[in-house]
Design a protein. Structure first.
Length: 433
């Protein structure tokens, strides 16, 4: 057995898929290295504006999404799929360079901190959603079950390296230097995309003998709001949307508790950045181990249903534990379980649901779910969390509400996993490739 064959076997790929899988891994590595260099800075900026004001930042992010989603959908209808990511990532590269210049001039401005917090919340969802749309477009359903876990491991590797690079170089280059480095990494991701789209026609979803799919050299049909219409018209996509809303609700509840406790226990900004960086490192290290050695094999042997429902069950139990013992250690443990579970199991499983679908669903409807629906869930749950905090000074009510949401989230994941067989989900004909 050659070295190439051994490496392909180790990552659960076929030899002909090895380079494409490594390229997908590299694309996510670049995206998440850049993002996680900036994430601790973003978290500290959110606290600087006041923990009691976080729900306003979440609402501002949702409003920004309302404006951005139709614009990106319009672009998707005007440029070929082979060039869509070039335009999207090119736009965000220009944004990053602009922020680098602004932080160079005045990095302590509160208004800039708030704008950057909202913008990076939009940026992260868009670049990741578009990247997963690309993966669902390049690989067919069978390939996705084998390869998406390894490809997602690129995100975890980037998530490990990003905070380390940020901590190492922030004193030397400042926040503006880190933002500039993130822009460079996003440019490398564009190069990786070019190889993947070229490989698609030979070994991926567009290869001879694969399930027929639309020509990627043409734009995706539809108007700027056709993604929203597709979601509303499909019970399957509505179920995925509800799954994402519950995920966002659980995440937001934990995020607010984390921000509150960190602000109380670690008043200095540098301390806060170190705490967030340590949590990020632990999450990404554990996620990487799971993605490399566990997720793909679970998907093949036990099915997507286990990926989508197991983590919510653990989170439900964790919320009950938090209600009984509301300490920072318990919260940190639950945050790690939730985030590791999302990165290593829930996100790859969720993306597998889109692999058998048509390009319109993969790019437009999926983008609506990943961005607008997700941030809508963020905004609503942020105000719900603020309301619960006014009703009770402790964690009890919020934790029990979180447990109920997590249980419902798990039940919906079980249902969605059951809709997806080894060949193709039982969908309406218009949703298939």
């Amino acid at each position: 057995m050659t070295a190439k064959q051994r490496l392909a076997q180790a990552i659960n790929a076929k030899p002909a898929e090895l380079l494409a899988a490594l390229c997908g891994f590299g694309l996510f590595f670049c995206l998440f290295s850049g993002y996680f260099m900036l994430r601790p800075v973003r978290e500290a900026m959110g606290i600087r504006g006041g923990v009691e004001n976080l729900q306003w930042l979440f609402s501002a992010t949702f409003v920004t999404m309302l404006c951005a989603v139709p614009l990106f959908a319009w672009l998707n209808s005007r440029v070929p799929r082979t060039r869509y990511i070039d335009w999207v990532y090119g736009f965000f590269i220009l944004n990053l360079l602009t922020f680098a210049a602004l932080f160079q001039r005045n990095e302590d401005a509160i208004w800039l901190a708030r704008v950057f917090y909202v913008w990076i919340s939009v940026y992260n969802l868009f670049v990741v959603s578009v990247a997963w749309s690309l993966m669902a477009d390049v690989f067919d359903g069978v390939q996705a079950r084998r390869l998406f876990a390894f490809i997602a491991a690129g995100a975890s590797c980037g998530g490990l390296l990003g905070p380390a690079l940020g901590a190492l170089f922030v004193e030397a280059v400042g926040q503006s230097g880190l933002i500039f480095a993130a822009a460079l990494l996003l440019g490398v991701a564009v190069l990786a995309k070019s190889y993947l789209m070229a490989w698609r026609a030979e070994g991926g979803a567009g290869r001879p003998g694969a399930t027929p799919s639309e020509n990627p050299r043409r734009p995706v049909i539809g108007n700027p709001f056709s993604g929203v219409s597709a979601v509303l018209a499909s019970p399957y996509l509505l179920a995925i949307s509800a799954f994402v809303v519950l995920l966002a609700t659980v995440s937001t509840f934990l995020y607010f508790e984390q921000a509150r406790l960190v602000a109380q226990l670690f008043p200095e900004r540098n301390q806060q950045i170190r705490v967030f960086g340590m949590l990020d490192f632990a999450v990404q290290a554990l996620s990487l181990l799971a993605q490399l050695f566990v997720t793909g094999r679970i998907a093949e042997r036990l099915g997507i249903r286990v990926l989508l429902s197991g983590v919510p069950l653990l989170v439900c139990l964790g919320f009950i534990g938090l209600a009984l013992a509301p300490t920072f250690a318990m919260l940190a443990g639950l945050m790690i379980v939730r985030r590791v579970g999302e990165y290593a199991f829930v996100r790859p499983g969720r993306e597998m649901l889109f692999a058998p679908l048509d390009a319109h669903t993969q790019y437009k409807a999926k983008n609506v779910i990943d961005t607008l629906v997700y941030r809508g869930g963020d905004a609503v749950s942020a105000w719900l969390k603020a309301l619960l905090d006014t009703l009770s000074q402790g964690v009890l009510i919020a934790a029990l509400t979180g447990a109920l949401c997590a249980a419902t989230w798990g039940a919906l994941g079980w249902y969605l996993g059951g809709r997806t067989t080894r060949e193709t989900p039982e969908l309406e004909p218009s949703e298939r490739r």
